[in-house]
Ligand binder design. Structure first.
Ligand code: ZN
Length: 299
């Protein structure tokens, strides 16, 4: 089981952003410490090339990022202070997801300790997302002929608006988003399948929908690659989430998705997505569960 991780993932932002970034540091440590993975599982992705980037993002957006020439509003929408380092970080994360997709084709599953930047559009970023890692990976593999059809299973609690918009007219990428109906983004885009949950939705209802819908979509769409966005901001403890899943429920969700892929021999590349609890340990544990379940299902 290969895992993408680079020291630049936890590049130190100004203090108010440090807390959410700390999980990128702690998660690999935890996974190694408990023996879920070994050091040999990790690889450090290089930077995505410009050519690969421009299959998804506009030249104008790329030019503005390189020149650090975004408007105040564009920077505010991204939510992080703009720097060349932030842009570079995005390129490494996107390459991580792309490399994971290629490893998944060989091994069944591969996971990126970052990514899931689904609020990024062709020409702009928002909601702490600069580049759309899953869209980039899907477009590179589709254009090279390595895959012919992908399904994006986006279970982060926020709608995958950027991904939905990027693949709006692309029959080769099926986008599915389960999210909080009242969560950010207020203005949702249209995925191929959107399911908005009411506030305080609990394990039983949520997991029933996952078990009912996701295997059916995989059977109907017949993809040759799955991208899974495993955001753990569905937890009741999440500060931004509005849903009420338990840590165990969230783990069960990961199991249902990964088993559905495994049973169908579908390679799955996992991007980590959001998670913002008061207690850092809660979030690290919930993200670690995704890796533990992957090890159980594929190990
Ligand atoms: Zn989220």
């Amino acid at each position: 089981m290969r895992i993408a991780f680079s020291p630049i993932y936890h590049y130190k932002l100004p203090p108010k952003h440090r807390f959410p970034m700390a999980k990128y540091d702690l998660l690999p440590e935890q996974l190694l410490y408990e023996g879920t993975v070994t050091k040999a599982s990790f690889f450090a992705p290089e930077k995505l090339t410009q050519q690969e980037l421009l299959l998804t993002h506009t030249e104008e957006f790329w030019r503005k990022l390189q020149a650090q020439d975004l408007s105040r509003k564009e920077i505010r929408d991204i939510g992080f202070p703009l720097s060349l380092k932030l842009v570079e970080r995005g390129l490494h994360i996107a390459q991580g997801t792309l490399a994971c997709a290629r490893y998944a084709v060989k091994d069944g599953v591969a996971l990126n300790i970052a990514g899931g930047t689904h609020h990024s559009f062709a020409d702009r970023g928002e909601g702490f997302c600069v580049f759309n890692d899953i869209a980039i990976a899907a477009n590179v593999l589709l254009s090279s002929g390595e895959i012919s059809k992908a399904v994006v299973i986006d279970l982060d609690v926020h709608q995958g608006n950027g991904t939905a918009k990027l693949f709006e007219h692309n029959p080769n990428v099926y986008t599915l988003s389960f999210h909080g109906a009242r969560n950010y983004p207020t203005r949702k885009m249209t995925s191929d399948l959107d399911l908005g949950f009411e506030d305080k939705t609990e394990d039983e209802f949520y997991l029933n929908e996952v078990a009912r819908i996701i295997p059916k979509v995989l059977d109907e769409q017949q993809p040759d690659m799955v991208f899974y966005l495993s955001g753990v901001d569905v937890l009741a403890a999440d500060k931004l989430g509005r849903l009420s899943l338990t840590t165990q429920g969230c783990r069960e969700r990961d199991r249902l998705v990964l088993q559905a892929c495994h049973q169908r021999n579908l390679p799955v590349a996992v991007s980590m997505g959001g998670g913002y609890t008061e207690r850092l340990a809660t979030i690290v544990d919930a993200h670690a569960n995704t890796f533990r379940v992957a090890q159980e299902v594929y190990g």
